[in-house]
Design a protein around this ligand. Structure first.
Ligand code: SAH
Length: 214
């Protein structure tokens, strides 16, 4: 797929829009410039790849709005080299943003089809995060503890097992709630058995599902 002047221009426009919407972290805005979002979408949507909307990516799932990706990333307060666990690889777009930011990325997807297709595209960018096909609720016990956890699907409640896999002082960004909308929460692990929660408004996500069959 090509990345022409028109795509680059549209990307600049999207970045201005994100800035106006409150994304101030220049590292994140540069990452959005470096990763062409249209590579992750069906050819039919090429022209629309840079509008601030969600898209179907197969297996009944969606790639999140650019603003949502940028906002969740900003809430994580990431530092280069940190270990980040992402739940819901989906298209792989968010994963590439995390890789571009110089993080050590671990990502889990429960849809085989998306696990495979995202792997291909992520590798095409020259990124090689650790990718897993499985149930995000379980996290990755073998690779813990994580500095940050990013959940890109709507969790019915804060997943306890993932809190356990975080470092003290670590942060999780998770949209919480069943049904139509979710409340964006940032959970800080204050001590081994204590967390603090901040809230950041409502968003819409596909649900974080419980089993790995399919
Ligand atoms: N970060 C993605 C967003 C994809 S939508 C992107 O940039 O495109 C959320 C994804 O979470 C979907 O692909 C869905 O299959 C996945 N998902 C839902 N429940 C899950 C679970 N329990 N474990 C892992 N992935 C899950």
């Amino acid at each position: 797929m090509q990345d022409n002047h028109r795509h680059k221009g549209l990307r600049k426009k999207l970045i201005d829009e994100l800035r106006q919407m409150g994304i101030f972290d220049e590292r994140i805005l540069s990452a959005f410039n470096a990763i062409p979002r249209h590579f992750f979408l069906d050819l039919a949507f090429l022209e629309k790849a840079y509008t601030n909307i969600a898209f179907q990516i197969g297996a009944g799932q969606t790639i999140s709005h650019p603003y949502t990706v940028a906002f969740q990333t900003q809430l994580l307060e990431l530092e280069k080299g940190e270990k980040v666990l992402e739940i819901g690889t989906g298209s792989g777009f968010q994963t590439c943003i995390l890789c571009e930011l110089g993080l050590r990325v671990f990502t889990v997807e429960r849809q085989k089809e998306l696990y495979l297709s995202s792997k291909e595209i992520i590798n095409q960018f020259g990124f090689h995060p650790k990718q897993f096909y499985g149930d995000g609720y379980k996290g990755l016990d073998m690779y813990q503890p994580f500095d940050k956890v990013l959940i890109t699907c709507g969790a019915p409640e804060i997943p306890k097992m993932l809190i356990q896999q975080m470092k003290i002082g670590g942060k999780m960004v998770v949209p919480v709630g069943e049904g139509e909308s979710q409340l964006m929460q940032r959970v800080t692990k204050v001590s081994e058995n204590e967390i603090s929660i901040e809230e950041f408004g409502t968003f819409r996500f596909v649900p974080m599902l419980q089993n790995t069959t399919k």
